[in-house]
Design a protein around this ligand. Structure first.
Ligand SMILES: C[S@@+](CC[C@H](N)C(=O)[O-])C[C@H]1O[C@@H](n2cnc3c(N)ncnc32)[C@H](O)[C@@H]1O
Length: 295
């Protein structure tokens, strides 16, 4: 196993595609929601290790999809098991104007009462709402909740209290329109990651950003959904990455730097990178965390 610690700047200077020919050069999009494990801070390290040319771009654990938005691929498959997130991307892809209009209404009405009323309505009714309504409520709650931490309990209810922000960026039309432009070239899927990559072909690029292996037994970043991602899931993912590699796909993954993760990616290059963590409910535990980029 190759194992190196590198600085983003040195690798970017050597290898970063600027812009990658498989991407659209003039589009600068960014995530529309804050997400646990969001990759915005790790982007230089990821961009430096991407292939310059590839067929289809696959991101089967999309979350905030920071690399997808930044890369703006010409052809893409974007997947997540979280149906609310995929409903949000579907609404931005097909009806961004309605999402913006509804978000402006939330922005105008925003206060503590509106937040808790929306949280209650979300938990009781959101499955029956239109995609645009659901998307606007999702973004509104995400931008105004405590720490921007989208967390659901075991029964799937969103239970985060209101955050203390003076002027949260509830509606930023330019960001939403830029996201719409990139999403318009993507096929959206809401299935398990293995199914999402089943049709990847030789030359396609697959970036896996799974729920991370916990660094300590109590650390747990897997709370974006009611279902966890344990050691057997990590092993199954490593097998899936191996199968794609054997098919001739370009494969890149990120995870935490633990002996277990290193042990299951023998045969891949494993680079240690530093990632400043933005989301941690305990401020004392914020700080740099060692992660690996595997390819
Ligand atoms: C670490 S986050 C991705 C972060 C993302 N790359 C970003 O930049 O914000 C992992 C995502 O995987 C999704 N997920 C968890 N288990 C999954 C599975 N079995 N199949 C597909 N998606 C899954 C979660 O809903 C979550 O959004």
């Amino acid at each position: 196993m190759a194992s190196r610690s590198t600085s983003a700047a040195s690798r970017v200077a050597r290898r970063a595609p600027a812009p990658a020919p498989s991407a659209v050069p003039d589009l600068v999009a960014s995530p529309v929601v804050k997400w646990v494990g969001g990759k915005t801070r790790l982007l230089p390290e990821l961009l430096a290790r991407m292939p310059e040319r590839f067929g289809r771009y696959y991101e089967p654990f999309a979350g905030g999809a920071a690399l997808f938005f930044r890369t703006a691929p010409r052809r893409a498959v974007l997947n997540d098991s979280n149906s609310d997130l995929i409903a949000l991307y579907t609404a931005l892809q097909t009806d961004v104007a309605s999402v913006i209009k509804r978000l402006q209404q939330h922005r105008d009405r925003h206060d503590e009462r509106h937040y808790y009323a929306m949280r209650e309505q979300w938990n009781e009714h959101h499955a029956a709402w239109s995609n645009a309504e659901r998307a606007a409520a999702f973004i509104y709650l995400n931008k105004t909740c405590f720490n921007g931490l989208w967390r659901v309990n075991r029964s799937g209810d969103f239970n985060v209290p209101i955050g203390r922000y003076t002027d949260p960026p509830i509606c930023v039309p330019d960001t939403l329109r830029a996201a719409h432009a990139v999403l318009s070239r993507a096929e959206l899927r809401n299935v398990d990651y293995q199914e999402a990559v089943a049709d990847a072909q030789k030359g396609d690029f697959v970036y896996f950003d799974p729920p991370y292996d916990p660094v300590t037994p109590t650390a747990n970043f897997t709370s974006y959904s009611a279902v966890g991602f344990g050691p057997d899931d990590q092993r199954a993912l490593a097998d899936c990455a191996r199968r794609l590699k054997a098919k001739g796909c370009f494969v890149m993954l990120s995870n935490s730097d633990t002996p277990f993760i290193r042990s299951i990616y023998k045969g891949f290059t494993v680079d240690r990178v530093k990632c400043p963590r933005a989301i941690n409910s305990n401020a004392a535990k914020r700080g740099d965390v060692d992660e690996v980029v595997i390819y």
